[in-house]
Write a protein that binds this ligand. Structure first.
Ligand code: SAH
Length: 215
């Protein structure tokens, strides 16, 4: 029997729950975000698998489990202003937009940014502000943020971004130089320092400086 999208989505949500994504708000946001709108045509039928998939420009749409885990680790409030570095397909952005007030998202490929903007429009997500540019230096004009999420691997601790967090802010980012990085959660302690927790090992594409010259 061929499973319809609803059955596949239900299966995916069950898988995420068994992997530790248990926050009902996060699971509901994932349920309400059609991942097949964010994948390439050749991978449409794999949209509901718990797998990262290639997107244009040699980048990837994250694994749903990692999207769930990072979103849950952000402990978002509905009034939060969130900064995201690495829009990619826009899938993670869309999930964030359902749980927060405003999402500011930066992408260094113009092609990806344009595609993502089209998807946000189609889905009626009006609380996302996009920017084509280099996210390594954050978005100083809009700082400080309640929450920051980095969806490309930072080589070192993302200091410039940590400075753009509020005194009680949280930043989640993959950090490391190799193909496998640590997914770190930085919680500001209100005294200029951070409590750092490593959630798991992850494989993200690297965060690169400057904008991409190719489309
Ligand atoms: N959350 C995205 C993941 C995209 S992959 C999704 O689920 O689709 C990471 C993205 O980060 C890529 O699109 C890459 O181009 C982008 N990126 C890498 N370095 C960047 C930088 N310095 N500024 C902005 N975006 C960056």
């Amino acid at each position: 029997m061929i499973e319809g999208p609803d059955a596949r989505l239900a299966k995916l949500v069950l898988a995420l729950r068994s992997q530790g994504v248990t926050d009902p708000q996060v699971l509901s946001a994932i349920e309400r975000t059609p991942r097949d709108m964010f994948t390439q045509d050749i991978f449409k039928d794999r949209s509901w698998e718990n797998q990262a998939l290639p997107i244009e420009c040699g980048q990837t749409i994250s694994q749903p489990y990692i999207v769930g885990l990072m979103t849950q680790a952000l402990t978002l409030g509905h009034r939060d202003r969130v900064l995201e570095i690495g829009t990619g397909s826009g899938y993670q952005t869309a999930v964030l937009s359902r749980l927060s007030r405003l999402v500011y998202t930066i992408e260094r490929y113009r092609t990806l940014m344009k595609q993502a903007e089209g998807r946000f429009k189609k889905l009626g997500l009006t609380n996302i502000i996009t920017r084509f540019g280099d996210g390594t230096t954050g978005w100083p004009e809009q700082a400080p943020f309640d929450r920051i999420i980095v969806t490309a691997a930072a080589q070192e601790e993302p200091e410039a971004l940590l400075k753009q967090l509020k005194h009680d802010g949280v930043l989640v980012a993959p950090v490391g130089k190799g193909p496998v990085q640590k997914l770190n959660r930085y919680a500001a302690d209100g005294r200029g320092g951070f409590n750092i927790e490593t959630l798991c090992d992850v494989r993200f594409v690297p965060m690169l400086e400057g904008v991409a010259r190719e489309l």
